[in-house]
Design a protein around this ligand. Structure first.
Ligand SMILES: [Zn+2]
Length: 220
């Protein structure tokens, strides 16, 4: 049985990705995987820092520290749980240039990027989502420094806007469809690596159908 570690909430403004992760976990669990669910406490995040202070300056240095912390966290979680695979869930705004870059792994409305860590067992998953501004009380608490260039490529986005489940759903992107499509990819990955002996038959077939739907509905 493959043990899969889910890491969610590194960016608390990406709550939609947690819903997609939950659906993915549900399917993988049905398929025979054992799931370890790790939700990063908000206080350990950049947004957590903003919430805890009156005024916070958001800088690239702060962001880089956050990324470093993410790898260190993963390292200690791997040591503790010894998973066969780590899935790190995130979301990216639907109109971000990220989705326009031609990349084999970015064909649909999500991407799975294999990070060269822990023997390649570390996969970063980005799902497409629609965003709305953070509540005013949170916006008041941060000053975004060095905010040049397109807004989504910038660090300020992590504290100034947040995913909207409603808007994302209205645009045909659902956690359920993401869950099915991503679980299928993960299943294939596990298969290649000899970790899916206990997956149920027909598991891939069932999910493959839905994947087409999600691509069609989400593309512009
Ligand atoms: Zn993220």
């Amino acid at each position: 049985m493959a043990k899969i570690l889910f890491v969610v909430n590194e960016h608390p403004n990406e709550a939609f990705s947690i819903s997609a992760a939950r659906q993915t976990a549900k399917i993988l669990k049905k398929g025979g995987c054992s799931i370890v669910w790790y939700k990063v406490p908000v206080k350990e995040t950049m947004l957590g820092k903003v919430l805890a202070n009156k005024k916070t300056e958001i800088t690239h240095k702060m962001f880089n520290k956050d990324v470093q912390k993410s790898y260190e966290r993963a390292k200690s979680l791997v040591k503790k749980y010894k998973p066969d695979l780590i899935l790190n869930f995130h979301s990216t705004p639907h109109d971000d240039p990220y989705w326009k870059v031609k990349n084999k792994r970015r064909k649909g409305d999500f991407s799975i990027e294999q990070i060269n860590l822990f023997g390649g067992k570390f996969l970063v998953i980005e799902v497409k989502a629609h965003y709305k501004p953070m509540p005013e009380r949170i916006l008041k608490k941060s000053i975004v420094i060095e905010a040049n260039g397109p807004r989504y490529g910038e660090i300020g986005h992590y504290v100034t806007e947040t995913t909207s489940h409603q808007m994302t759903r209205e645009n045909g992107l659902t956690p359920e469809a993401f869950g099915k499509a991503i679980a299928e990819k993960v299943n294939n990955y596990l298969k290649k690596n000899g970790k899916v002996k206990r997956f149920e038959r027909g598991f891939v077939k069932k999910t493959a159908k839905k994947k087409k739907t999600i691509r069609k509905s989400g593309r512009k």
